[in-house]
Design a protein around this ligand. Sequence first.
Ligand code: ZN
Length: 257
Amino acid sequence: MIIDSHAHLNDERLLPIAGEIVAGFKANNIESCIIAGFDYKSSLLGVELAEKYSQYALIGTHPEEIKEVTNVILGKYKELAKSSRVVGIGEIGLDYYYEDNPPKEEQIEAFEKQIMLADELKLPIALHVRDAYGDCLSVLKNMHAHLNSGILLHCYSGSKEMIREFNAFDCYYALGGAITFKNAKKDEVIKEIPINRLLVETDCPYLTPHPHRGETNEPKYINLTVEKIAAVLEKEKEEIIDITNKNTKTLFFKIRG
Ligand SMILES: [Zn+2]
């Protein structure tokens, strides 16, 4: 069955229906989901949901929210990571898309601090990178000694050429609904990702796959993303499900079981 490797059931739009969503997993061929945090509050909520509904959680602060990343918050994340439901630090990274995002230097500093935290906790990292793949590579190069538990590029939106650079760090890549968009032109990127490093995700409530664009995204729509990958790679849907399920477990569930 499918594992949704990045879902925001902790988002205010999905929170009221989180129980219903999880109850519908089996009917939609979904095994489980990993609830991603984007700041301390949503991380805490994600862990609570993961515990309540037997799912998994990532904890961390998104690059747009890094003003909160102090030693106090990092200490709180350490406490939160004691939950057996926490499988990684995320989503963390760099986002240069909006002009009023925090300055690059501050983003890089908070990113590096959270990489150190992940290393200390021996947890993999899930990266949000938007218009910043070059700087992300520089950070990974500088922090190489602290990258010991696995790296996922969530919702990979970089080029085919960049994949070769990230492969040097043994990165995993998660694809979401954006690959189904009519103007996506992502086939070459999908083919370039090493098959044993490929994961799937929804990033719900965002990035709803075609033909449901405009609706709130939910984990059930991950089937459309899996079908798109299967079509591009000329494989059976079941094969893509088996491979991405195994890859997700290798990256995130190897320590916690
Ligand atoms: Zn996300």
